[in-house]
Design a protein around this ligand. Structure first.
Ligand SMILES: *[C@@H]1O[C@H](CO)[C@@H](O)[C@H](O)[C@H]1NC(C)=O
Length: 383
């Protein structure tokens, strides 16, 4: 049984939002084998994405939440598994489709080609298999088939799936469609000369609006995707701190300002950065958050034991799924136009190439400071 925290059940309808933006699927009859609150089902759909333009069938797992009605726009969560896993196992591990945790968001768990995603250096190059294009196609397919609120689409991923989620957040088109992003044990690979049309170059991170709400969880004993980016299994990755810093920069958050909370008897450090909107007003909702999990390996924080990737019992003391649902529930796409395009201008006109590159060249500085291990509840002192 899942160790269900009794603290809160999460609903993505807790806040009063602007009117939903109904997808073309509203009013369409539910796929016959799916029932609201019933078990998830696997489907295949024809895809034009990647593989040199050759059509192929791709597998997705879909679950409808208990509150789903085919005339009432529902939030949508796209959930990307880690390498060598699949959509079905990711559903089991995360429980995003558990109606007790999530009563109103449709959940979709696609399978990567060869069970991996673009962004992983071992994945085929983009011209052969582009999972960013695929995600766009998948979104079109889902929103035409189900009644989705186009302002409340979210993406979550584990490990290499988290690497893809980062690329979606960086993509001008997808960042205009997906409201908030969540990653556990994210693998953010550094550029590789193997792929000429590289998407790993941070200069190519071009979200179409600001801010991009982002939350990440990472164990400091992760030996598959190392926290400092140095011992990652599939090739060098950006350090988690360096990666967070780059999002702080893009999101207009002060990296040395915000809150650090110590949770679970010192096992979890929660960081919440202070981020400002275009008028310089500090957001009263979380924009950029990070959970540093002490003594935790490469795992989905808090999962039912049989499918964990690491047999680390500590991981079960902290439930990323609940935290992510709550985070998603605080975000929807801004009014059309708000913040859109502003960031792109800033990146290339104001700050310039050198500084942006510098943000990613990170690691040494963090290591030095990490050794000091200050206990002060202020991000400035820790990082
Ligand atoms: C998905 O992964 C699980 C766990 O690794 C495995 O048992 C299952 O057969 C896989 N399912 C499919 C359809 O590949």
């Amino acid at each position: 049984m899942r160790p269900l925290s009794q603290l809160f059940f999460v609903t993505l309808l807790t806040t009063v939002w602007a009117a939903p933006r109904a997808s073309p699927g509203c009013g369409k009859t539910i796929e016959s084998s799916l029932t609201p609150g019933g078990p998830s089902k696997s489907f295949t759909h024809e895809s034009d994405a990647g593989q040199y333009g050759i059509k192929m069938r791709r597998r997705i797992r879909i679950a409808l939440p208990p509150k789903y009605k085919d005339y009432e726009p529902a939030p949508l969560i796209l959930a990307f598994h880690g390498k060598h896993r699949n959509g079905t196992s990711f559903e089991h591990v995360t429980q995003f489709s558990d109606g007790k945790l999530n009563d109103n968001a449709v959940t979709v768990f696609p399978d990567g080609i060869d069970l991996r995603w673009s962004g992983d250096p071992s994945s085929p190059e983009l011209k052969r298999n582009n999972d960013i294009t695929y995600t766009l196609e998948l979104l079109t397919h889902i929103t035409e088939s189900f009644c989705i609120d186009l302002n409340r689409i979210y993406a979550v991923g584990f490990s290499g799936g988290g690497g893809l989620v980062n690329l979606l957040a960086c993509d001008p088109t997808l960042s205009s469609s997906i409201a908030a992003y969540a990653i556990a044990s994210g693998a953010f690979f550094r550029g590789t000369p193997v792929d000429p049309d590289t998407i790993f170059d941070p200069k190519l991170c071009n979200p179409n609006r600001t801010p991009i709400p982002m939350i990440e969880f990472h164990g400091d004993e992760d030996n598959i995707v190392g926290y400092d980016g140095k011992q990652s299994f599939d090739g060098p990755t950006y350090s988690i701190i360096g990666w967070l810093k780059s999002w702080a920069e893009r999101n207009n958050c002060a990296f040395n300002k915000g809150e650090k909370e110590i949770l679970n008897h010192g096992k979890v450090d929660k960081y919440n950065w202070e981020c400002k909107d275009e008028e310089g007003k500090v957001f009263d909702k979380p924009i950029l958050q990070h959970y540093l999990l002490h003594g935790v390996e490469h795992t989905w924080p808090s999962v039912p034991l049989p499918l964990t990737m690491a047999e680390d019992a500590d991981a079960n003391e902290f439930d990323a799924t609940e935290v992510i649902l709550k985070f998603f529930g605080e975000h929807e796409l801004p009014e059309e136009g708000a913040g859109v395009k502003e960031r792109e201008k800033k990146l290339f006109e104001k700050e310039g190439k050198q500084e942006i590159e510098g943000l990613w060249e990170e690691g040494k500085e963090y290591e030095e400071k990490k050794e000091e291990k200050p206990e002060k509840a202020d991000i400035k002192d820790e990082l």
